[in-house]
Design a protein around this ligand. Sequence first.
Ligand code: XMP
Length: 509
Amino acid sequence: KILILDFGSQYTQLIARVIRELNVYCEIQPCTSPINWESSIKGVILSGSPFSVNDPNAPLVDIAAMAEKVPVLGVCYGAQLMAKVFGGEVAKSNFREYGRAYMTHQDKEEKLLFDISAQSQVWMSHADSIVRSPEAFEVIATTENIPVAAFKCTTLTTHPMFGLQFHPEVTHSIEGKQIVRNFLVHICGMKQEWTPAAFVQETVERIRQQVGNKRVVMALSGGVDSTVAAELIHKAIGANLFCIFVDNGLLRKDEYETVLDSYKHMGLNVKGINAKDLFYGELDGVKDPEQKRKIIGRLFIEVFQQEATALTDISFLGQGTIYPDVIESVSVNGPSATIKSHHNVGGLPEKMNMQLVEPLRFLFKDEVRRVGKEIGISDVFLARHPFPGPGLAIRILGEINAEKVALLQEADAIYMENLKESGLYNQVWQAGTILLPVQSVGVMGDERTYEFTIALRAVTSTDGMTADWAHLPYEFLAKVSNDIINKVKGINRVVYDISSKPPATIEWE
Ligand code: XMP
């Protein structure tokens, strides 16, 4: 594998993505953690950083020690750190260099730049530049503005060290992926063998070894992560996996029945628990969004725990945790403020005294989908939009009751159906309906109405961290509005949410 040391750059995960797309396995770890030198590590990449290497508290690592073990590639800050520690000079550029630049290189034999055009567009994002390369280093590429766009050293350490001032991991560096591939294949000697099929085989084997003939219990949510994780564990240990699927009364229309049915079809040993009344009862009269989330999180754990302890001989807890949930990124601004207290089935382990089985712990979302496809999981799960753990509770603003849930479910089902029929479902990242606690006057036939308002939300995004409102066609919105107002008694007004995140969030609560 390749180890990526994170110095806090916003692009660190992108480096990992590019490497994974090249079918090579990699892991990210904070630059501050010691490296566990397993023999599987074949190369190290040092990421960019918001720090300047000249800051007194700039993060440092021992690059020479690493290059005694494996080849090292520094990107942006990583390259500057290399320049500085080996005796070069890094200084504030006369002008900050952001965006497009053209890298020129001459040496056709240079392995890192194998097959790269003599002039190649690269993407810069730096305030400091390497103004003088260390003596033992050789400059292998320049741009019109900077003397060192790429350099290398083959003499000081057992393995070579390379530095790139630009970001090969972003798509605007047109041949960036090829440069990364050159490093992996031609310099670290890696094979591009890390495919979904290989992952499945390896993971199933690992689960078998971890679990043996013991039993695993797992909560399913109907989402892609827990479903793929369950199927992998199921492949490994069959009927020793016990799944629990809780109906909290806050799922989409008919979702509990359909999803439970699909799980049974997949051959999973799953028990459905109808806990609607418990959830409605405890949520009765509660308005505050954070309090609603906390109650739902707590009840879910209680219900799950009760069911799990009723099973005998359970030694492991299965979970659909994915990589973005576990990457500890190096934060420059300290711990981030709690915007919303997220709840999902990942909240379980602290309360339960069991060992974890987490087959997706090192995968990104799109990789989970590819693995799901590989093991034959239906598109019903794989193409499904993300749906929050607290469900419709955070899409009913204010107090919740069974009537409001039923009203929202009807409107939501119409919206979803229209999205699917029009082919727009797969073009948006997430969509949902929100029931506003606002009544307004309308007229239907000769009657005055005084009913609720539904807001429609649809966003485009890649990871949910930032999002834009989806520019759905007016005709489509007109049809959905019409369908909802005509078919759902109790709704006389539909609005469309045109806020991006930030400053808004995807959910309204
Ligand atoms: P926000 O509203 O924070 O949502 O912009 C970002 C993404 O997270 C989902 N979300 C949740 N998922 N438990 C979850 O499992 C939660 O408590 C929760 N709150 C929000 C939201 O649907 C969106 O995809």
